[in-house]
Design a protein around this ligand. Structure first.
Ligand code: 5GP
Length: 181
């Protein structure tokens, strides 16, 4: 049990559980993209730890790219209005792209992002998300590789923040008293 200001954090998935799931996802991706020219695109900031662990579990010659996004909203919800704060460093035309995202909540951010990336004419775009809150779906999103399906709780740790804090927690924790919506 940890604390973030006045809030208590309950462990939802331990560091060991996350690591085990990330190994499985890495193995699946390695199998599916064998022989292809894969570019993995980490969505900042939330997916930086997931990206770091996942890419070390993928046994392919891959390129790592980062896309900085800022979504407008309050501390715990997204409005779907997204600003690109840092763009890719290389063209992705003709590449097989795998988006690496921390969490798909309403799906608004991902819907915007997939459309944005398609304008660059990649060969394919798939999505790997660590977490999914299906109860909150507004836009239907296909998640090709999913870590865990979670209930409508606000979670932190393993890259996910609460007002920019808690990203460094090695586990995924639920912030008590903060609803997902
Ligand atoms: P969506 O557009 O799918 O509603 O929101 C996606 C983004 O909202 C995520 O990339 C993440 O930044 C933020 N988000 C949604 N749910 C949570 C949550 O439970 N915890 C944290 N820390 N961020 C969340």
């Amino acid at each position: 049990m940890g604390m973030t200001g006045p809030h208590r954090i309950r462990v939802m998935y331990s560091a060991e559980q996350v690591a085990a799931r990330v190994r499985e996802l890495g193995a699946e991706i390695t199998r599916d993209y064998a022989g292809l020219d894969l570019t993995i695109v980490s969505i900042l900031k939330g997916s930086f730890l997931f990206m770091a662990d996942l890419c070390r579990q993928i046994d392919l010659h891959l390129a790592c790219e980062f896309l900085g996004l800022q979504s407008y909203g309050d501390a715990t919800t997204t409005s779907g209005v997204v600003r690109i704060t840092s763009d890719l460093t290389r063209p992705i035309a003709g590449k097989d792209v795998l988006i690496v995202e921390d969490i798909v909540d309403t799906g608004l951010t991902m819907a915007y992002l997939q459309e944005f990336l398609m304008t660059r004419h990649p060969r394919s775009v798939k999505l790997c998300a660590l977490l999914h809150k299906p109860e909150r779906a507004v836009k239907p999103i296909t998640i090709d590789y999913l870590g865990f399906t979670i209930p409508n709780k606000f979670v932190v740790g393993f890259g996910l923040d609460y007002e920019q804090k808690c990203r460094n927690l090695p586990y995924i924790g639920e912030v008590e008293g903060v609803a997902g919506d």
